[in-house]
Design a protein around this ligand. Structure first.
Ligand code: AHR
Length: 495
């Protein structure tokens, strides 16, 4: 007989607001994320598009309420020279994508295309600057090109290329994975480079201040964060990144579609690891920045499996099952619950790459289970966190012993309370009794669940996995009870 899980909501005036930017996405020039995914080109007759960007993608991302989009990489960012991607398209030089499949790109999707796309979907752009193979001048020029309203060589060039008003881009990455594909730097060397680049990234008189994000640690590399926090003055730094992929073994990542229960448990272990990473990196940041001025920006996260058989291995193409819905639900709850320091995050990646929210195949498009989780959770964006207190039952398989249930809660500006619950146990139902702290009048909800953890959406069955109404929560004054079906994600709304 399974025990009831008693959960207490503990609203607190000190609790942070969950920054909407936790729900950000990432679009790299990698495989078919940009070319074929977002962008089919102005002349395409394949699908309806706006200036070459697929309309179906624009609609799906608007519905997701995507708050920010990171571009152009990833590893690609430190090879990218933005000046090659502006001006008449037929005159642009090509670039060989050295990290991802060695394909030659024609630079037809550049700065204007990306920033206009962001405006269309209502997302703030997050540009990743080239530190590895670029120059300080090149990045300073990019900032001036997109953000300066006055008269300057760069703003003149922007106007000649068809854009009068600046886009006022706030979020800027100062390199990517500087410890690896971004230049194999030591943290000490990178911290010095960062200081130099950050100095010349001007606000250009804009009222919205530029937000500079230092290339951060890989998973548990705490020394990286320590050295950066120690060596970069706080007046030059707004965010420090962290990358953590839910990968069990980098040499044998496993299939995105076929897995047994032990493998699933291992995937969940590396997913739950995010909790410890966020906590420990935050502790280091607290030492140097006790007022929490600097954000922890988890600008790459998600599940990473072996490429689908028959696809270009450099394109990192994988399917997305209910297992990935568990990865997303648990990770987003972790971010919500650490919203005091985690103020931005980016799922890798938006379309056709890694834990994508959208898959396309020529004219076809489908939404993955991960899309549905992100869409269900968007009610937490900019809502005030309600800390939750409970003891999670354990899911035990082999040497893994993990919390089976994950929960976060928030109250939005209209006074609606939202609670997101994940039961990652593939076979056990869990009963939850919530003490809401105050009487509520109504409850409604949605659930994402399917017969098997391996269930996914395909172009033959694009709607096999999708959310449905959940009406089984019982409300009585300030008590709410419900059963969490095995392998399910539920979001409740209470008023
Ligand atoms: O998201 C794929 C790659 O993973 C990114 O380009 C890089 O930053 C990371 O190693």
């Amino acid at each position: 007989q399974a025990q009831t899980i008693n959960v207490r909501l503990q609203p607190s005036p000190e609790a942070p607001v969950i920054d909407k930017h936790i729900y950000g996405h990432f679009a790299e020039h990698l495989g078919t994320c940009i070319y074929g995914g977002f962008y089919v080109g102005e002349k395409s007759t394949l699908v309806p598009h706006t200036e070459g960007v697929r309309n179906d993608v624009i609609e799906a991302l608007k519905k997701l309420k995507i708050p920010n989009l990171r571009w152009p990489g990833g590893c690609f960012a430190d090879t990218y020279h933005w000046k090659d991607g502006v001006g008449p398209k037929e005159k642009r030089p090509t670039i060989v994508n050295q990290w991802w499949g060695g394909v030659t790109e024609d630079n037809s999707f550049g700065t204007h295309d990306f920033l206009n796309l962001c405006e269309r979907i209502g997302a703030e752009p997050y540009l990743a600057g080239n530190i590895g193979s670029g120059t300080v001048q090149e990045l300073a020029d990019w900032v001036q090109y997109v953000n300066f309203n006055g008269v300057s060589p760069m703003s003149k060039w922007r106007r000649e290329n068809g854009r009068d008003k600046p886009w006022n881009v706030r979020y800027w990455g100062v390199g990517n994975e500087a410890w690896g594909c971004g230049g194999h730097m030591t943290p000490e060397y990178y911290a010095n480079e960062y200081r130099k680049y950050a100095t010349f990234m001007s606000d250009w008189g804009n009222s919205s201040k530029i937000f500079r994000i230092a290339s951060g640690a890989s998973s548990g590399d705490y020394k990286w964060t320590e050295v950066l926090m120690k060596n970069i003055p706080l007046n030059l730094l707004e965010g420090v990144a962290l990358h953590h992929y839910a990968v069990v073994d980098w040499n044998k990542k496993g299939s995105s579609l076929e897995f047994n229960e032990e493998e699933y448990a291992a995937n969940m272990r590396v997913t739950w690891q995010m909790e410890e990473l966020v906590r420990e990196h935050s502790k280091i940041m607290d030492k140097y920045d006790p007022k929490k001025k600097v954000a922890l920006v988890v600008d790459e996260w998600g599940a990473w499996y072996d490429p689908l058989p028959g696809t270009n291995p450099g394109f990192l193409q994988q399917q997305n099952t209910m297992r990935d819905a568990m990865v997303a639900g648990i990770t987003l709850n972790i971010f919500n619950n650490h919203a005091d320091r985690v103020r931005m995050a980016n799922l890798a990646q938006t379309i056709n790459v890694l834990q994508a929210v959208i898959l396309t195949d020529k004219e076809k498009l489908l939404l993955t289970p991960t899309y549905h989780v992100m869409e269900m959770y968007n009610v937490h964006q900019d809502a005030k966190l309600i800390p939750v207190d409970f003891k999670a039952p354990l899911f035990i398989r082999g040497k893994d012993s993990l919390p089976a249930v994950s929960i976060s809660a928030s109250v939005d500006k209209a006074g609606k309370t939202h609670i997101s619950l994940v039961n990652m146990d593939p076979s056990k139902i869990h009963t939850v009794q919530l003490d809401l702290g105050k009487a509520m009048k109504s409850v409604s909800g949605r659930i994402l669940q399917s017969a098997s953890l391996k269930d996914h959406n395909s172009f033959e069955q694009p709607e096999k996995v999708k959310p449905r109404a959940f009406n089984d929560a019982k409300l009585k004054d300030k008590q709410l009870s419900l059963q969490l079906p095995a392998a399910s994600v539920i979001v409740l709304e209470l008023q």
